[in-house]
Design a protein around this ligand. Sequence first.
Ligand SMILES: CC(C)(COP(=O)(O)OP(=O)(O)OC[C@H]1O[C@@H](n2cnc3c(N)ncnc32)[C@H](O)[C@@H]1OP(=O)(O)O)[C@@H](O)C(=O)NCCC(=O)NCCS
Length: 188
Amino acid sequence: MARTAPVNMRSLVLRAMAVRDVPAVGRIDLRAFGSDGGWPESAFQAELRENRLARYFVVEESPGSPLGYIGCWVIADAVHIVTIGVDPDAQRRGLGALLVMRALELALEAGVPGVTLECRASNVSAQALYGKHGFQIVGRHRRYYADKEDALIMTRIDDDPAAARTRLQGQRHRHHRAYGAQVTQVGG
Ligand SMILES: CC(C)(COP(=O)(O)OP(=O)(O)OC[C@H]1O[C@@H](n2cnc3c(N)ncnc32)[C@H](O)[C@@H]1OP(=O)(O)O)[C@@H](O)C(=O)NCCC(=O)NCCS
């Protein structure tokens, strides 16, 4: 399997996922989740082509070579994170955090107060990522996944958009201090 070039984290682009990104995103998904857990490329294609609620983003260092992705649905009063993955060779360098912050910003753009997701009860690394970004465990779906593992429901609610914007700015500032990356956000 092709390895990802090392990430220097100096200059990153965060942009909307396009259909042409799907093969690369599918490879990351397979590497991140393993063959049992991830999505087929057809699922990403259907999301991009057919789901009007879906907003998907990638983060990349070299144009056209995503290192991570996030998929969200903008539903009635919340942004729901439906999938997120970072190439294993690029993990623990702040890319997952950038993607989660993009979902938080999407909630501000959409004018909804909440961001919510489900996470395997055993996935402590993802729970740490979400916890660091203000998500709290608010419930549990018993035997939610095909292998009967429980899902934890995690939510962050921001009732005051101005306070949420300030909070997000603080998180971005801390991210820049920690990782030193210049992040360019392209498009919506
Ligand atoms: C979860 C995932 C997206 C995180 O991506 P990432 O780019 O490695 O995350 P970041 O580098 O931005 O990490 C941010 C913080 O999250 C937490 N975190 C991330 N990975 C962690 C790990 N393996 N162990 C403990 N904490 C972890 C830490 O608090 C970390 O901050 P720190 O590095 O300063 O300690 C990535 O591990 C992944 O793709 N996992 C497989 C797919 C998956 O589980 N998706 C989530 C489904 S709910």
